[in-house]
Design a protein around this ligand. Structure first.
Ligand code: AMP
Length: 293
């Protein structure tokens, strides 16, 4: 595995692979790798000749008072995990590469519009604008054929898909199912913040989605009932403080009022002590029959 910080070197290498008819898969991450990231790398490995994983803790996507400074960083560990997963190139751009005039000097942004109004967008103003912008930069630098995102960050994946469509970016977006611990807790770099007691309480997020899923499997179709079931389940676990429970129409990411559309996503965010966790469940209805991601 090569480690590259210089975008000019990266472009030369990618150009070489493409000239020989190869394809390039990109896995963008913030580092602090876990099995969720590695599932993305594995998928990229099976589908491309060159796998590039980027590690960049993007300052602009963290809000004031969020965990940018204490976000877990461990490049030596990430290096060996990425190499084991078959990553060919670890792209570790500097902040100066990504923000030539500094984050405050960046004047042009990718605006995800209505897709960023609800859910995580409401809780974290300007987060998705920063994510869409940094992903667009990575796409320009790496020029991948395919890019890999996790369903864990469902709203992010939907926004990236729409960005690629609206901006005519020649990248295929692949969304990989959420990788979970044995008790259902979605893997997250932020799980390391949890105390043992918080870790024991945290699976209630996945459990609440399981309750919603069981209700849909049993015939429930009212979004408001699903929101209530998720709320009630999380409220039964006092150390976990629900921030929101929402049901989105996957087409447009507006909250669903009334019955479920063809594709929807039940999403929630909660605070477990000082740690903010998110999770979601995708519901697809075909001829009235549900399936889930
Ligand atoms: P992050 O480093 O947290 O920005 O995550 C990088 C990519 O890995 C994003 O596309 C995430 O959605 C994805 N990811 C994070 N956690 C998981 C997980 N538990 N399962 C699948 N993908 C994940």
């Amino acid at each position: 595995m090569q480690e590259i910080a210089d975008p000019i070197l990266l472009r030369a290498l990618v150009g070489d692979v493409r000239a020989r008819g190869g394809t390039i898969g990109l896995v963008p991450t913030l580092g602090a790798l876990h099995a969720g990231h590695l599932a993305l790398a594995n998928a990229a490995r099976t589908e491309n000749s060159l796998v590039v994983m980027s590690i960049f803790v993007n300052p602009t996507q963290f809000g004031a008072g969020e965990d940018f400074n204490r976000y877990p960083r461990n490049l030596p560990r990430d290096r060996s995990l990425a190499a084991e997963a078959g990553v060919d190139v670890l792209f570790v751009p500097s902040a100066e590469t990504m923000y030539p005039d500094g984050p405050a000097g960046q004047l042009v942004w990718v605006d995800p519009g209505a897709l960023a109004v609800h859910g995580e967008g409401a809780a974290r103003p300007s987060h998705f604008r920063a994510v869409a912008t940094v992903v667009a930069k990575l796409f320009h630098l790496v020029q991948p054929d395919r890019a890999y995102f996790g369903q864990k960050d469902g709203q992010q994946a939907a926004i990236v898909r729409q960005m690629v469509r609206d901006l005519l970016l020649p990248v295929e977006i692949r969304v990989i199912p959420t990788v979970r611990e044995h008790d259902g807790l979605a893997l997250s770099s932020r799980n390391v913040y949890l105390s043992p007691a918080e870790r024991a309480a945290a699976p209630v997020l996945a459990r609440a989605l399981g309750v919603a899923r069981a209700a849909v499997a049993a015939g429930e179709r009212e979004a408001e009932t699903l929101r209530r079931l998720v709320r009630e389940t999380v409220d039964d676990e006092p150390p976990v403080d629900l921030e929101y429970a929402e049901v989105f129409d996957l087409a447009g990411l507006a909250p669903v009022t009334g019955t479920l559309p063809a594709e929807s996503m039940v999403a929630l965010a909660a605070r477990v002590g000082g740690t903010r966790l998110i999770d979601n469940l995708v519901i697809r209805l075909q001829n009235g029959e549900p399936s889930f991601d």
